[in-house]
Design a protein around this ligand. Structure first.
Ligand code: ZN
Length: 158
């Protein structure tokens, strides 16, 4: 998507997406796919960060979102992340979408869509499934070009 005119709905998330992108850029040092995430507390400050660490730690659940959510819960001192927002460079997978619902996050903001495995609107829509009683708000396509370029460059270099 090309935004020549600033989009008032999406622009407020640019600074947090830049924080998530900064996390993503650190991932390839360990051979990990560059995906980064931050969790914003109710006051908008960053309370958790994460990047893909599956290769670095040999943990199949070591996705950026799960690690950022765990860090945020430690900061909050409880598992409920009510009032918080997860900002991630790539559309969450089914596992991460499940973690988003279980942590009671208010909102998920993502950059690039994942047509092959996305669970926040592309292949599935786990986070807004009407059968669940907690459904976070979804904001998509924030700095999507930069988020997907990072992934394209990574896979091209391999
Ligand atoms: Zn995931």
């Amino acid at each position: 998507m090309n935004h020549t005119v600033p989009d008032p709905v999406r622009d407020p998330w640019h600074p947090s997406m830049q924080e998530a992108l900064a996390e993503a850029e650190r991932a390839p040092a360990t051979g990990d796919v560059p995906v980064g995430a931050v969790v914003l507390g109710p006051d908008g400050t960053v309370i958790g960060r994460g990047r893909n660490e599956r290769e670095a730690t040999g943990d199949p659940t070591g996705h950026a979102e799960v690690l950022a959510i765990r860090a945020a819960a430690r900061t909050m001192g409880e598992w409920r992340l009510t009032g918080c927002t997860l900002v991630v460079t790539l559309e969450p997978c089914t596992m991460c979408a499940g973690a988003i619902v279980l942590s009671r996050l208010d909102r998920v903001v993502y950059g690039a869509a994942d047509e092959k495995a996305g669970a926040a609107g592309s292949l599935w829509d786990v986070v807004r499934d009407r059968r669940l009683n907690h459904r976070p708000e979804v904001v998509s396509g924030v700095l999507a070009d930069r988020c997907s370029a990072l992934l394209t460059e990574f896979f091209r270099a391999r």
